[in-house]
Design a protein around this ligand. Structure first.
Ligand SMILES: C[S@@+](CC[C@H](N)C(=O)[O-])C[C@H]1O[C@@H](n2cnc3c(N)ncnc32)[C@H](O)[C@@H]1O
Length: 210
């Protein structure tokens, strides 16, 4: 996408002068933590609002930037559960959630995602956002499906991985993302699209029980 179009799209990701969001992005960048771009953040907020999410799980807290977007769209009584294995990242995120006045709506869990996820409840979340180790995305999908309520959404960032997923690259991150996308596409219980926003955002809805 050309630069002018990206800037134009970002005008729809207005933060209404939300200082906490701006600061979370700055702090993430200063600490070298990759964060979703604003237009991806705006989509996360939009999807959280669409499903009136009260229970959201995030795999990959980073500096709290995507978490703040999610909280912005969630039901005001909703809780974000967010996992990261890096204590410094979570400390930054915690201060950003507090700065936004939303610290009481966040449950932060420190640890490797594949160690933490088995402890999270079945069929309890309206949205699971995946943004941690790319090679582990297929394993995250298994947990996300178990954790989602019928009609819930699994969303994942970086699914195009700068064009490598659709190309011939075979490193473990690219392979993990490719296997994740394939597993979602072939799953009869998931209906998915890949939105060409940022580095590719996958959104899949889990079929409601019939
Ligand atoms: C891309 S950053 C998350 C950015 C955040 N979602 C945002 O947009 O603001 C990825 C995060 O995943 C964490 N991470 C990487 N591997 C992990 C793992 N196996 N378990 C838990 N967290 C992991 C990293 O420490 C990093 O903070």
């Amino acid at each position: 996408m050309d630069e002018a179009t990206t800037v134009y799209m970002r005008s729809f990701a207005e933060t209404d002068g939300d200082e906490a969001l701006r600061e979370a992005l700055q702090r993430s960048q200063a600490a070298g933590i990759p964060a979703v771009p604003p237009e991806t953040g705006a989509l996360l907020r939009w999807f959280a609002r669409l499903v009136s999410a009260r229970h959201v799980a995030e795999i990959g807290t980073g500096g709290g930037y995507s978490g703040l977007w999610l909280l912005g769209g969630m039901d005001p009584r909703g809780t974000l559960t967010t996992i990261d294995l890096d204590a410094e990242h979570q400390a930054i995120a915690q201060s950003m959630f507090a700065r936004a006045g939303r610290g009481d709506r966040v449950r932060m869990i420190l640890g490797p995602a594949l160690g933490v996820l088995p402890r999270l409840a079945d069929a309890s979340y309206e949205l699971v956002f995946v943004d941690a180790a790319k090679s582990e995305y297929p394993d995250y999908l298994e947990h996300a499906k178990r954790m989602l309520r019928p009609g819930g959404l699994v969303m994942a960032d970086n699914v195009l991985w700068g064009g490598r997923v659709a190309g011939a690259t075979t490193d473990s991150d690219t392979e993990g993302l490719r296997r994740f996308n394939d597993a979602v596409r072939e799953d009869p219980e998931l209906d998915a699209v890949i939105l060409p926003v940022g580095d590719g955002l996958l959104a899949a809805v889990r079929e409601a029980a019939t």
